[in-house]
Write a protein that binds this ligand. Structure first.
Ligand SMILES: Nc1ncnc2c1ncn2[C@@H]1O[C@H](COP(=O)(O)OP(=O)(O)OP(=O)(O)O)[C@@H](O)[C@H]1O
Length: 269
């Protein structure tokens, strides 16, 4: 083993960071007896794309789900440590989880539009959160969200058609529009392109690059090329720890840890 390249077990982030939107400290997740995440500490910068990479089962999705408390829905999951968004502890018992999930939207691996019209898919969230004062207001939110998700041109003449009738890539952009419609600060994306062809993937990647002007984006991806193309910061997970994190160009060109080096050069994973 090359000891020169061997870094400590976890690379700790500094205690606070000025431009961090999300600050996580010593986050541990247990699924029953299984210790899936170990002392994860990371700062996630605002209005930028952060990518989580690493081999299958290393805890990327588990950590992503900590950021909007989706692990609360898994009865055997226990989360410890601290996660702050805009300086607010999101595990504070008084926090409204429904509001949190509106502020921290999520896009999943497989596009999952509701079996309703394109319009209703986007209008649903703003309606239940009381974000529109009138039908015209709601129409504007729907149109604006579809525009930001790069889908408006393709669907503006068929807003009443079913969302499930769109192509896979269009469905994923519809899911992004649905997330945007409730005005989140943060969008979490769990392998958003894994079910898409290369052309649809390229469109989503362009969209992610546009969206970072207005949103903080965290993306889990199996594709190192995708992480390199879309993100400004990358964290490499391995066996439940964050081995290394930093600017994406540094992680891909000059990783400090041998495990990161081995992973990005395709020696494992
Ligand atoms: N609901 C669950 N119940 C029990 N164990 C789980 C659950 N979800 C994840 N795990 C376990 O936690 C560990 C981390 O899983 P996680 O899905 O976070 O990894 P990942 O890095 O996102 O993997 P992949 O890249 O394959 O999606 C794995 O060992 C997994 O089996």
């Amino acid at each position: 083993m090359n000891t020169v390249l061997q870094a400590p077990e976890t690379t700790k982030a500094a205690p606070t960071s000025g431009d961090a939107k999300i600050v996580a400290r010593d986050v541990n997740v247990f699924y029953g007896e299984k210790h899936a995440l170990k002392d994860v500490s990371i700062d996630i910068p605002e209005r930028s794309v952060t990518a989580f990479i690493g081999p299958s089962g290393c805890g990327k999705s588990t950590f992503l789900r900590c950021l909007n408390r989706m692990n609360d829905t898994i009865s055997i999951a226990k989360v410890t440590g601290k996660i702050e968004i805009n300086g607010q502890d999101i595990y504070d018992p008084s926090l409204d989880v429904v509001q949190l999930r509106a502020r921290v939207g999520m896009v999943f691996q497989k596009p999952n539009p509701f079996p309703k019209s394109i319009y209703e898919n986007v209008a649903y969230g703003p309606r239940i959160h009381g974000l529109a004062r009138s039908k015209a207001d709601l129409d504007n939110i729907v149109e604006d969200s579809l525009q930001k998700a790069g889908l408006l041109k393709e669907v503006k003449d068929r807003l009443q058609d079913s969302g499930t009738g769109l192509s896979g890539g269009q469905q994923q952009r519809l899911c992004i529009a649905r997330a945007i419609a409730v005005s989140p600060d943060i969008i979490l994306m769990d392998e958003p392109c894994s079910a898409l062809d290369p052309i649809a993937t390229a469109r989503i990647e362009e969209l992610i690059d546009d969206l970072r002007q207005n949103f903080t984006i965290v993306i889990v991806t199996h594709s190192m090329q995708q992480a390199a193309r879309v993100s400004q910061k990358t964290a490499f997970f391995h066996l439940g720890v964050v081995v290394e994190e930093g600017p994406t160009d540094v992680i891909f060109t000059a990783p400090r840890d041998k495990r990161t080096q081995d992973y990005i050069t395709g020696r494992f994973g």
